[in-house]
Design a protein around this ligand. Structure first.
Ligand code: SF4
Length: 414
């Protein structure tokens, strides 16, 4: 298979580094999937590197791709003049930290990842994370960060999740959106959704829009919403997300038949009981889809006794720190954690944690500025005080384990 990034035009003015010039002084930051891909591509080019560095202490002292993995402290102490190639999805905070540590020659994987053959890479990927042909999603997600970094600036290439329903066909104990805690789950009101979305879409360019639930296929207005997003010229890709437990109706299938739409199937093993039926249907109907294998970490709400500096660190290490915002019941939130736990009344409403898109009287210029500032915000939000962060370093939990009986109650900080 051959991978080609779909929008190389964004990067035509970004200079290409000559990694050969740094062959004996190069360190790869991030011993994850992107680090793996980068190491294979560098090797193919005949470029060697010293080691990996990673902030995840579970990786320190181990080997990855035949190279040692060191801590940021060892990096600073032993290789103060190294040239660093930054590979993680959380690109910007890593870049900032390395700058603060005094590193001046920092590269990203942009030119390595624009186009490459995948056959040397696929066999090395963890089978529990990636089905054949599916890992380019990780590369695309990383490239979104680079588009902002090199071309449009923070918040200039927005990403969005629209939560369309609290209803779900599953009852997952460790749902990161806390769906089983909605006792009377409801759909998003379509009028509120369209007004808030119209206002939001006036604020710039959107790299992608995810449509999420609950279970997305339970939402009555799904086809209308998808059609609306397809027609929006400033939205590049639309990812409706499903747990593969029900099949979409004909109206929905019709709306999916568009090159901008790629259905993302969360594969929960036996709990995705319609997976085969759904993928066969999509194959027959010519509908694009990707299958995302999962890795779940527990996300709990508690009031942590942390300094503001520590809250800031949690925020910066979180995948939501410069990522995708969430639209939920007419408000734009920084993350699903803030959206759902505020909605469930776990912690109090905080004006700095969301932008009310339904505010009246509506002033396009004023609201656009608020949205832009919100996307550019680099400081932690109040919800982070209750959160351990989504850095995928927390306690691993079984995927989509179904809750039986009463759930343990959510805490209340109101
Ligand atoms: S509340 Fe949690 S998930 Fe949201 S940005 Fe803060 S650390 Fe990340």
């Amino acid at each position: 298979m051959h991978y080609k990034y779909p929008h190389p035009e964004y990067f035509k003015d970004v200079p290409r580094p000559d990694f050969h010039a740094y062959s004996n002084n190069l360190i790869l930051y991030g011993a994850g999937v992107n680090g793996l891909i980068a190491s294979v591509l560098l090797k193919k080019m005949g470029v060697d590197f010293i080691c990996f560095a990673d902030s995840d202490e579970r990786k320190w002292g181990t080997e990855y791709m035949g190279k040692p993995v060191i801590s940021p402290r060892e990096l600073k102490e032993n290789y103060p003049n190294a040239v660093i190639l930054i590979t993680p999805y959380q690109f910007r905070p890593v870049y900032k930290n390395l700058r603060e540590m005094g590193y001046t020659i920092l590269f990203d994987c942009l030119h390595l990842f624009l186009e490459f053959d995948t056959e040397d890479i696929e066999p090395l990927l963890p089978k529990e994370r990636y089905l054949p042909g599916q890992f380019p999603v990780a590369v695309n997600n990383y490239m979104y960060k680079l588009i902002e970094f090199h071309v449009f600036g923070l918040g200039g290439y927005k990403r969005l999740v629209i939560f369309v329903t609290e209803k779900c066909t599953l009852r997952c104990k460790d749902c990161i959106n806390f769906m089983p805690y909605y006792n009377s789950p409801k759909d998003s009101d379509y009028l509120i959704l369209t007004i808030s979305l119209d206002r939001l879409l006036k604020t710039g360019r959107f790299g992608y829009v995810n449509i999420e639930g609950g279970e997305t296929f339970l939402y009555d207005h799904l086809s209308e919403l998808v059609d609306k997003l397809v027609q929006a010229s400033n939205v590049e890709l639309i990812y409706p997300i499903t747990n593969a437990t029900i099949l979409p109706d004909n109206r929905v299938l019709q709306s999916f038949r568009n090159e901008k739409v790629i259905v993302r199937i969360s594969h929960y093993g036996v709990n995705s009981w319609k997976f085969d039926e759904l993928t066969n249907l999509f194959d027959r109907e010519g509908i694009s889809y990707i299958t995302a294998l999962q890795q779940w970490s527990r996300l709990e709400a508690k009031l942590f006794c942390r300094s503001d500096e520590d809250n800031q660190k949690v925020f910066e290490n979180c995948c939501k720190s410069d990522g995708t915002m969430s639209l939920f019941h007419g408000k734009l939130y920084r993350c699903a954690f803030a959206a759902h736990l505020e909605n469930l009344g776990v912690f109090p409403y905080s004006p700095e944690d969301s932008v009310d898109l339904m505010v009246e009287p509506y002033d396009e210029g004023e609201l656009s500025k608020k949205v832009d500032d919100f996307y550019k915000r680099e400081m932690f939000i109040q919800a982070c005080r209750y959160c351990m962060g989504r850095a995928y370093m927390g306690e691993k939990v079984p995927i989509a384990e179904q809750a039986v009986g009463e759930l343990p109650p959510l805490p209340s900080f109101v």
